[in-house]
Design a protein around this ligand. Structure first.
Ligand code: HEC
Ligand code: HEC
Length: 353
C-alpha cells in the first residue's frame, strides 16, 4: 500500500510538473533572431557550423552558461572562473584549480577568435568547440560534475527552461544544447581592434619601437616569428601544432599523446599572439611569467636537440635568433601593440549575473 502511494505521488508529480512546463510554454516564444557576427576589417570569413547557427537567444544563453557556477558539482565554479575576461579569458595562475582544489598541469588558454581554429586544447584533442565544451564539466580536476546532475539543476530553474526553449525550441534540453549555446557565445569573442589593427587600417602610426619590432617579427634574419604566428591572416597563428624548442625531454607529449605518433611528441597548439600583454603566464605549462622571458627563450635559450623541434625555429643550432637588448625591447613593444583593451572590457562578454 505504502509503495502504491509513493508511486502514485511520483506519477502525480511527473504529470503536474510537465503540466507546469506546458502552461509556461504558452507564454514563451520560439522565434529566434538570427545573428550576423560582424568581423573586423581584413579578417577572413568565419565558418559557422550548419547545425549551430548564431541566434541572439543562443548567444545570450551561452553567456549565462559560461558564467554559471551550477555547471560544477559544488556550484562554486563557472567556466569564467578559470577564463577571466581581463586576462583575455585565460587564467592568471600557472595552473588552474578545480573545485576539489586539485591543480591541472596546463595553463588555461586564452579564448578569442575561436571560430577560426580547427582543433581545441593545447594538444588538439577536440575537433569542434561543441565537443570541447563537454569536457571541463565532467573533468574530475575541473568542475567534476555529471551531465545528468547539471541538466537537472538547470531544468529546475524556470529562467533556463525559458531560455533553452527560446534558443532551441525544446523543452527537454540535453548537454549538446548546453555546448551549442556556449559555443555560440565563445564564437562572438572576437578580438581585432588593437593598435596594430588600427595602424594597418591607416588610422594611426605605430611608435618607432613598435614598428621596428614588427619588422624584426616578420624578418627572416630578425626575430622570425611570423612563420608560425603569421600577421597575414591577422590571427597571428598558423593553427598548426609545433615544437618551439622548450625542452630536451618532454614531460608532456602534447599532440603526441593524442595521435599516438612519436613524431608529434612535444608539439603544442601555436597560440595567437593577440592580447599576450594580458594573458601571462605563457606556454602550455605557463612556465614563463613575462614577455621578456618568452623573448629571451626565442633569442637565446632554444633547445636545439629537443625531439621534433620545428625546422621553422631559425638559428636553433646557436640557441636562437640572438637579439640585442634594444631589439628585444622592440619585439616586446610590437607584441604589446596587439593588445585590444576594447576586447577585455567589452560589456557584451561580461557576466550577466
Ligand atoms: C579548472 C579550470 C577550468 C575550467 C573550470 C574551464 N576551463 Fe577551459 N581550459 C582550462 C585549461 C587548463 C585549458 C587547457 C587544457 C588542455 O589543453 O589540456 C582550457 C582550454 C579551453 C579551451 C580551448 C581553447 C583553444 O584555443 O583550444 C576552451 C574553448 C575552453 N577551455 C572553454 C571552457 C569552457 C566553455 C568552460 C566551461 C564549460 C571551461 N573552459 C572551463 C581550464 C579550465
Ligand atoms: C616554429 C614555430 C614558432 C615560431 C617560429 C615562433 N613561435 Fe611562438 N609559439 C609557438 C608554439 C608552438 C607555442 C606554444 C608552445 C607551448 O606552449 O609549448 C608558442 C608560444 C608563444 C607565446 C606564448 C603565448 C601563450 O598564449 O602562452 C608567445 C608570446 C610567442 N610564442 C611569441 C613568439 C615570438 C615573439 C616569436 C619570434 C621571436 C615566436 N613566438 C616564434 C610556435 C612558434
Amino acid at each position: 500500500m505504502r509503495s502504491f502511494i509513493a508511486i502514485a505521488a511520483v506519477i502525480f508529480c511527473l504529470s503536474s510538473c510537465q503540466k507546469d512546463k506546458a502552461d509556461l510554454i504558452v507564454s514563451w516564444n520560439y522565434n529566434p533572431t538570427f545573428y550576423n557576427l560582424s568581423l573586423p576589417v581584413g579578417f577572413p570569413p568565419m565558418d559557422i557550423p550548419e547545425n549551430n547557427p548564431f541566434t541572439e537567444e543562443g548567444i545570450e544563453l551561452g553567456r549565462f552558461l559560461f558564467y554559471e557556477k551550477k555547471l560544477s558539482r559544488t556550484n562554486t565554479q563557472a567556466c569564467a572562473d578559470c577564463h577571466f575576461q581581463f586576462g583575455a579569458f585565460s587564467d592568471t595562475n600557472q595552473f588552474s584549480q578545480g573545485i576539489t582544489g586539485a591543480l591541472g598541469s596546463r595553463h588555461a588558454m586564452v579564448l578569442q577568435n575561436l571560430g577560426y581554429a580547427n582543433n581545441y586544447f593545447w594538444d588538439g584533442r577536440s575537433a569542434t568547440l561543441e565537443d570541447q565544451i563537454l569536457e571541463p564539466v565532467v573533468d574530475p580536476i575541473e568542475m567534476d560534475d555529471s551531465w545528468p546532475n547539471v541538466l537537472a539543476k538547470l531544468d529546475s530553474d524556470t529562467m533556463y527552461q525559458r531560455m533553452f526553449y527560446e534558443a532551441f525550441g525544446i523543452i527537454e534540453f540535453d548537454s549538446t544544447h548546453v555546448a551549442k549555446a556556449i559555443a555560440q557565445f565563445l564564437r562572438t569573442l572576437v578580438s581585432g581592434n588593437s593598435r596594430w589593427d588600427q595602424w594597418s587600417r591607416g588610422e594611426l602610426l605605430l611608435t618607432s619601437d613598435e614598428f621596428e619590432g614588427f619588422d624584426l617579427f616578420r624578418s627572416l634574419t630578425g626575430a622570425d616569428c611570423f612563420h608560425c604566428h603569421p600577421h597575414s591572416s591577422r590571427l597571428f597563428t598558423d593553427h598548426s601544432y609545433s615544437n618551439n624548442g622548450l625542452d630536451l625531454v618532454h614531460l608532456d607529449n602534447g599532440l603526441g599523446d593524442v595521435t599516438g605518433n612519436t613524431f608529434d611528441n612535444g608539439k603544442f597548439k601555436v597560440p595567437s599572439l593577440r592580447n599576450v600583454e594580458f594573458s601571462a603566464p605563457y606556454m602550455h605549462d605557463g612556465r614563463f611569467s613575462s614577455l621578456d622571458e618568452v623573448i629571451d627563450h626565442y633569442s637565446d635559450h632554444i633547445e636545439s636537440s629537443s625531439p621534433n623541434i620545428s625546422p621553422l625555429i631559425e638559428f636553433a643550432a646557436v640557441g636562437g635568433v640572438g637579439l640585442t637588448a634594444t631589439q628585444k625591447y622592440q619585439v616586446k613593444a610590437f607584441l604589446k601593440s596587439l593588445s585590444d583593451p576594447e576586447f577585455i572590457n567589452n560589456p557584451d562578454f561580461t557576466s550577466p549575473f
